[in-house]
Design a binder for this molecule. Structure first.
Ligand code: TXA
Ligand code: MG
Length: 326
């Protein structure tokens, strides 16, 4: 077991740690990632260990510039090129056919790989200085809330990783949009920081994946239902919702809390109605409510447009019942 992981701003130390196979949490514009050298299978194995993440869930590979793509992806279809021109650097992960050098562990044995060029100066400088692409999931324990500050990473992964590079709070606050561009039509696997509408304005209608793959026993990549979850139970608000007497309830809502319920704690994410502001505060608000000693958190639906879709997706997953263990 390594000593308590240091929180640092030393990019050279972070790059050197990654080059010798270490684990470094680093900031991106979406959430903090838990990075390892993507071409070093042993280092990548440590990510799964530290997170307690199942090996069937593939990782995203982060690159410092567009040239880095050729080391990872076997090809880049026209539709991907258009999206890269418009949305990179930024919160868009493209699923492409992989090159053989990318270890199977990174892609969970798939012949595709998720690639992203983050829009965060520290992330890109780190990748450039270490000279390797970085495999990085969100830097939280598996199934828990994604971190948007260095301290969140320390709370969950302290002692399990080598270093935390501190870049302050994340600007976007929800994870990247994951889009599979290997087929004849682009398929949205996870709503995220680039809204579906913006993608469709560029390349036309997307296919949207919404369900756990039927009958296979294992969820399709990115489709794990229970996710992003605090330990306090989350229920979705409906007009008929009643809180039993004696129970302490908190609320997480967009502009104002629903009337008629006496909440002990409130997280109103954007009173002025700005979805970007709401997304940026979502995970920190979930953490704060989780720490407030409540019996239940009431999650209200956000407008189902733009970043609201990513927020609703995270709330839906946080409130889903536990995955069956069998
Ligand atoms: O914003 C983000 O995407 C953050 C930052 C750190 O970049 N990362 C992140 O990673 O959210 P993670 O591992 O928590 O989520 C990655 C998602 C998973 O749902 C995974 O199944 C999907 O991307 N994914 C990765 N590679 C894939 C592939 N080859 N095919 C399908 N889905 C893939
Ligand atoms: Mg995650």
């Amino acid at each position: 077991m390594s000593p308590a992981s240091e929180i640092t701003q030393d990019l050279d130390l972070a790059a050197a740690t990654l080059r010798r196979g270490g684990l470094v949490a680093f900031p991106t514009e979406t959430v903090y990632g838990l990075g390892a050298d993507a071409l070093n299978a042993q280092a990548v194995a440590r990510i799964f260990e530290a997170k307690g993440r199942p090996h069937f869930d593939p990782l995203i590979v982060h690159i410092a510039d567009e040239q880095g793509l050729a080391r990872i992806a076997a090809d880049c279809p026209d539709v991907a090129r258009r999206l890269i021109g418009r949305f990179w650097p930024g919160p868009l992960t493209l699923v492409l056919r992989k090159r053989p050098e990318v270890p199977d562990l990174v892609t969970a044995g798939l012949d595709t790989v998720g690639v992203r060029l983050p829009d965060h100066p520290l992330a890109r400088e780190l990748i450039a200085r270490c000279g390797r692409p970085l495999a990085a999931p969100s830097a939280n324990r598996f199934g828990c809330i994604s971190p948007t500050r260095a301290e969140h990473v320390a709370e969950q992964l302290e002692d399990r990783i080598d270093l935390i590079l501190d870049g302050g709070p994340c600007r976007v606050g929800v994870e990247s949009t994951v889009l599979d561009v290997t087929g004849s039509r682009a398929r949205l696997l996870r709503p995220g920081g680039v809204p579906q509408e913006d993608l469709e304005a560029e390349i036309g209608p997307l296919e949207v994946e919404t369900r756990i793959a039927a009958g296979t026993g294992a969820p399709a990549p990115g489709m794990l239902e229970r996710h992003y979850a605090p330990t306090t139970r989350i229920v979705r608000w409906t007009p008929s919702l009643r809180i039993p007497a004696g129970q302490r309830a908190g609320v997480l809502a967009f502009r104002e809390p629903p009337a008629g319920i006496d909440f002990q704690a409130r997280a109103i994410l954007s009173p002025r109605g700005d979805l970007a502001e709401a997304a940026a505060g979502l995970f920190a608000a979930m953490r704060a409510l989780d720490a407030a000693g409540l019996d239940v958190i009431v999650g209200c639906d956000f407008p189902d447009e733009g970043l609201g879709r990513a927020i609703n997706d995270r709330l839906r997953r946080a409130s889903a019942p536990e995955l069956p263990t069998a």
